[in-house]
Each structure stands twice: as C-alpha cells, then as structure tokens.
Ligand binder design. Structure first.
Ligand code: IPM
Ligand code: MN
Length: 348
C-alpha cells in the first residue's frame, strides 16, 4: 500500500500533546519511506461532548469508517469504551519490552529485568466492563453491580489470537484466570481446546493473583500473557512498573478485519497536562504497532532504532526521573532529538 489515512483523536489531559508529538515522528518516517499519510482529526470524550453533545459523536464514527487506523491520545473515560465496542476492537496487544538503556529505571534489579519481552493479550470488548450492570436497592440498602460475563466464543477468539502470537514468539502462553473463585469462567479449558490447533505452543494456566506476583518476582519467564478485560488492565500497569514508566507502553486494539485503534497504555495524567513534559513514547510505540500491522516493517524499525539511540544517549522525560549523567528533556525536545536521529544520513 502506498497511501494511508488515519484518524487522530487527541482527547484530554496529556492526550493532545503526545498525539501531536508522535504524529511528527510518524510523518517524517512516512516521508523517508516514500508512502503517503492523510491525517483527519476526530473527537472523543469531554471535548466531543462540548462540540457535538456526545462523548462518541456520529461525526467521529464517519471519519473513522474506512480509515486505516485510529491514533488515540487519552480521555478520562467517556467515549473510549464505546469506541472500542463500536468497532469490536477485541484484541488488545500490549508489548512490555525494556530498552537496554532503561534497565536501571525499573523498580526491579537489572539482572531480574534485562531482556524483558512480554506480550499481554487483553480481551477488550467484553467481561466485567460490558456485562449487565446497574444500581438498585432492596431491604438491605442500595447496591451496585457489574457482571463479569463472557460468551465461550469470546474467550475462544481472543485465545486464538494469543496462541497465534505465542507461536510467532517463544511459544509459551500463560493464561490468567481465577477459576478457584469464578468456576463458571473456564478460561483454562477453552484455551486448551483452542490450543489443539497450535500444538507447538505450551499453555500454562495461572491464577491471576499468583500471576501478578510472578510478574514482579520473575518477569523474564513470561512470553505471552492472555487475560480478560479487567485482569489484563491490572496486569498492564504492573508492566509499566517493570519497564520504569507506564509512559513508555503503547497498545494496539484490533478487530477481526485487522482495523485498529492505537493508543498509549497510560491515561490523561491531569497532574502534568499542558506542561509540555509528558512522555510521548507510549503513543509513539502505538504508532509503531500500527506500522507493523500495516506491514510497513521498515518504517516501524526506523522509529524503534531512533528511539533506542536517543535513549542510549541519556535523554529522559521527567517520568523516567533522570539522574547523574542523564539529561532531562521535555516532550518537544525529545521529539526534535528523534527527528534528528531519523534524518541523520549515517544511519539510513
Ligand atoms: C486502559 C485504561 C482504560 C481501561 C480506562 C481509561 C477505561 O485504563 O486502557 O488501560 O481500563 O481499559
Ligand atoms: Mn489501564
């Protein structure tokens, strides 16, 4: 493909800053690789509510229809779950990789973390986020409920994606479950049944509480981790602690057609919003995942290499608490460094 169209949705908080920053890098790489990219701007969340009277307006849907991808910043909540559900972005891929130069940023000792390369595959459009929910009351008082409901087929289809990913990697699939307390959600059995089509993949069921502990004690043992919506959300943030900052992590959320939503794993970070100091690398990682999804592997590689070199030179945004010889940079400075690296002839 030589020409792509994406919809950029900035959202709120640090969303606009990190989207703008990442798109600069994306545009340069597109130019260097000789394909073309059209960017349309869409609205979601409270800014959409102000402008269109809805968190997830029809205008945004119409823009997104037929696009090659959606690059998304952050919203506090309104609209995001609706967007994920609308396009059935069930397959959320969250790589947790550690750049060599950031080994000392982890909350774990370097030898515990070196070479870390985990892929969390999180089910994104079902489970407790979308099950029957409400508030009501009876003689004991007012109550609220959210129901963790999964159709077997919803578990099977995300299992097939995770098995496929594991097959392309180190062939170990750890399945997060809680069957000692939630026996009617038989993730282990359903994944094992699907795994018959992937005989070279080892399926390892693990109670999610133990899994959380093992991710901290011995993260290098993991390859692909499959989890439902809620457990996957929580385990992702442990991933952020492992690599030193949640600000580094990006994710791709795909539907069955391969259409995707690309966003950082972090939220709106209201405490630093508007200051120009946010780490854009999470959203940039999401853009890398988008390029990979398109098959633009060289373009993706170029961004990753540039990022690695900038980090190796010691440049750090504030979330990575620069110390010693490391150099504190803001969002714009980091992006300029990346653009310089991408442009420099010696590496191309
Ligand atoms: C994430 C976020 C979202 C989620 C919130 C903003 C609804 O935490 O993408 O990890 O829980 O899915
Ligand atoms: Mn989360």
């Amino acid at each position: 493909n030589l020409s792509y169209r994406i919809v950029a949705i900035a959202g709120e908080g640090i969303g606009p800053e990190v989207v703008k920053a990442s798109l600069k890098v994306l545009q340069l790489v597109v130019k260097l690789e000789g394909f073309s990219l059209q960017v349309d701007y869409g609205w979601l969340g409270s800014t959409a509510l102000e402008k269109f009277g809805s968190y997830f307006p029809q205008a945004t849907i119409e823009l997104c229809n037929g696009a090659n991808g959606i690059v998304f910043g952050a919203v506090t909540q309104g609209g995001l779950l609706e967007l994920r559900k609308h396009y059935d972005f069930f397959c959320n891929l969250r790589p947790i990789r550690l750049a060599n130069s950031l080994v000392h940023k982890s909350s774990l000792r370097p030898e515990k973390i070196q070479g870390l390369d985990i892929l969390i595959v999180r089910e994104l459009v079902s489970g407790i986020y979308f099950g029957p929910a409400g508030r009501s009351g009876d003689e004991k008082g007012a109550y609220g409920y959210h129901t963790m409901l999964y159709y077997d087929e919803e578990i099977r289809r995300i299992a097939r994606q995770a098995l496929h990913k594991a097959q392309q990697r180190r062939r170990l699939l750890t399945v997060a479950h809680k069957e000692n307390a939630l026996p009617h959600l038989p993730w282990t059995r359903l994944v094992q049944e699907e795994a018959k089509q992937f005989p070279d993949v080892v399926v390892e069921p693990m109670l999610v509480d133990n899994l959380a502990m093992q991710m901290v004690l011995n993260p290098q043992r993991f390859d692909v981790i499959l989890a439902g919506n809620m457990f996957g959300d929580i385990l992702s943030d442990i991933g952020g602690a492992l690599v030193g900052s949640l600000g580094l992590l990006g994710s791709a959320s795909l539907n069955a057609d391969g259409f995707g939503l690309y966003e950082a794993v972090h939220g709106t970070a209201p405490d630093i919003a508007g200051k120009g100091i946010a780490n854009p690398l999470g959203t940039l990682e999401a853009c890398v995942l988008m390029l990979q999804q398109w098959g633009e592997v060289r373009a993706a590689q170029r961004i990753m290499a540039a990022q690695e070199r900038v980090l190796a030179k010691g440049y750090r945004t504030a979330d990575l608490s620069p110390q010693g010889a490391e150099i504190l940079v803001n969002t714009e400075q980091l992006i300029d460094l990346l653009l310089e690296e991408l442009d420099s002839k010696q590496h191309s």
